[in-house]
Design a protein around this ligand. Sequence first.
Ligand code: NAD
Length: 506
Amino acid sequence: MSKEQPAFTTYQNYINGEWVSSRSGEVYENFNPADTRQSIGRFQDSTSEDINLAVAAAKEAFEKWRLVPAPRRAEILFKAAQIIVDRKEEYAREMTREMGKVLKETRGDVQEAIDMAYFIGGEGRRLYGQTTPAELPNKFAMSVRQPVGLCGLITPWNFPMAIPSWKIMPALVCGNTCVIKPAESTPVSAINLVKVLHEAGLPKGVVNLVTGDGPKAGEPLVKHKNVRLISFTGSVEVGRIVSQAAAPDFKHCHMEMGGKNVIIVLDDANIDLAVEGAVWGGFGTTGQRCTAASRVVLHKKVYKEFLEKFVARARALRVGNGLDESVEMGPSANESQMNTVLRYIEIGKNEDKATLLTGGERLTEGDLKYGYFTQPTIFGDVDPNMRVAQEEIFGPVVSLIPCDSLEQAVEIGNNVQYGLSAAIYTQDVNKAFAAMRDMYTGIFYVNSSTIGAEVHLPFGGTKNTGNGHREAGTAALDLFSEWKSVYVDYSGKLQKAQIDEWKGTE
Ligand code: NAD
């Protein structure tokens, strides 16, 4: 055991304030998705034994942490924020190496952790409840937030520091302790975040991190009897398993899952602006955002103009290693994700019989052959019921769907199993507001792409994207705390609500 994360490339679990190896001693290795000749490091291949230790540490730490005044808990987050500011570039580079997205975007990912720390740290001095009149005399009523207890946090690979920060930081400010199991392919960024919290003075056991595979390390966390809350971000398929595993113990269960987000472009739209939005929404983060714009529904009058400009922009995108500042799109984050992208391209070409307008191939020129690169791909004349227009691909593949009216566009937009984000490009304020009202999604943009959430607003989606909760914003407090209603009777006698009649003030 050592107090510090070792400088060599075997990363350890963080349990009870110490960096430790898995009980089995097993490790696994990750490689740079832009160049698989480069090792990122070895990570603990943990099992239920490691989860049990982490949960025990978090359980013990909870009894003290819940009593630390919330403004003092928040001070640790402010310190952490400052440390991350100082290391933003270093952490962004490490993230690009482990996950592939371009530097501009990994800087944004790290920035989200900074923003969340400052925003939710501020809540440490609020955590407002309500005071309210009681219906009986000489009685006082209020509601206060209490921590839920021990939180199990399970995160995906596409926002390797931002998403862990969205879960850990509000959990802490509300007085919970936690165990995080980050995505197996991107643990370095979560480890960096936890390292920072350690340096900022977080007491031992309050946050614990265990790396490893989903079924082996994630599932025991979800099923552990002492875990009271599960916050999961990932795919619908795994979300269903997690939600069922959490159900028998009635754990609080927060699920954020996939998306099939839409940009609607009406005939009065600024087409150049809409094209920029579609490029950013479709190919930013190589299409691997839950809010990615994988569908563009276009009014027939502007279909051709948009298509020509969009295809030209997609063809001109520079694809390569995200560490090169001039590169605009990196690789898929791992081999299986790239294979999914290539499989859906085949489905689009053969089963769906959509028109392939550009892209469609893996890129293998020069050093690109060592990474998981595919061309930015656009399908035209897509029927809204085709698989490429219905299923989450999570890659740089965009479907263009023609339509005749705003009403039809909204119907197409809503007709998917997901409901995360939607956008409309129009100059008509009436149409913009109608679409805002009628799109059943958790996030909506006017004259902007489907991506670009800010940490102080609620984040999440409807239908199969989520189970009704929201993270970020003050909504995060509702996730990570429970209400307690408190009645203080200072009348000195038994008073019965709903039963005693009001007899005046004699
Ligand atoms: P995934 O579902 O494969 O994995 C997510 C996490 O669950 C990982 O940490 C994984 O190890 C773990 N896991 C896997 N099996 C498990 C099990 N049986 N029990 C417990 N944990 C298990 O998702 P991914 O491939 O890492 O991420 C991509 C998905 O995440 C996409 O569907 C994307 O839309 C979604 N996502 C959603 C949001 C959102 O906020 N809505 C944000 C980012 C990503």
